[in-house]
Design a protein around this ligand. Sequence first.
Ligand code: PMV
Length: 309
Amino acid sequence: MVRCSAPGKIILFGEHAVVYGEPAVAIAIDKRFRCEMSFTHGDVTTINGMVFDPEKQNYLDRAMVKLGIDESLEIYTSTELMSGAGIGSSAAVTVASLGCLFGLKGDVDKGTIAKTAFEVEYEVQGGASPIDTSTSTQGGCVVISSSKGPGYLWGVSKRGTTWNIHESDIPKLKLVLGNTGVHSPTGKLVGKIRQFYKRSDYAKDIVQEMGVLVQKGHQALKDEDLEGVGRLMDQNQRLLSCLGASHPKLDALIDAAREHSYGAKLTGVGGGGVMIALTDEPEETSKAIEGAGGKAYILSSTKRGLSFE
Ligand code: PMV
């Protein structure tokens, strides 16, 4: 039997632009997906006592196909991560499931798991960057860039784009997450923005501008310049809005949070889902978010990525 867990993540800078090879910065959060798997002598694979449904469990199904698992499995799962919100639930499911599957085969290398998890997400969502899956695997702060630098972990390539994955040491941040409650599947909005990007120079310029902003944001994080980080978060939000990734409910929560924050922006796919605010006043920020109709959570980051338990 193998039991493991993987964390969700939030993107501090660079969502959407990272799909086209621009840099991004993400941190793992202290909310996890857990799973346990063992081979069984039964004829069917079960999950939490029910017959496994490949349509419903598409990430897990794809992971089993990728690893050529044709034996029946007994699987148990539990999660602290809401899905379709932008906090990396599908990445955590994929990474922890692959952790168990590779574990059953007796072969657990984090780089291989992260790369396979990216392939699974890419196939299920019809396009993705490795930011979610690498952050969930590694934990802590993960930076993606087109060139290799200090803290290099592994590289991932797909269709002419190479993403170099790095770990980075940044200070602990006080962040509040605000959930709009609007479900926003990643694949759908990534696909829509891809169409915009393909046919518009304006969209390409925005994406490039985001890349420059992400590098400044990472530097401000390393310098512990929270005012600078907040200002860049606000700018990142404006660019994301221009790309079509925001939503009126996100805008309302972001506006409300800003009064008590260094800065605020959507995080993850957008189009609904969640926003984050960087603040020294998490209680006041939470109240402001709830006052604007959102559900607020004070977040802690975690250094713990994929873990065998
Ligand atoms: O909403 P999430 O957690 O699936 O994050 C998506 C981040 C994007 O940049 C929009 C897509 C990607 O795969 O990088």
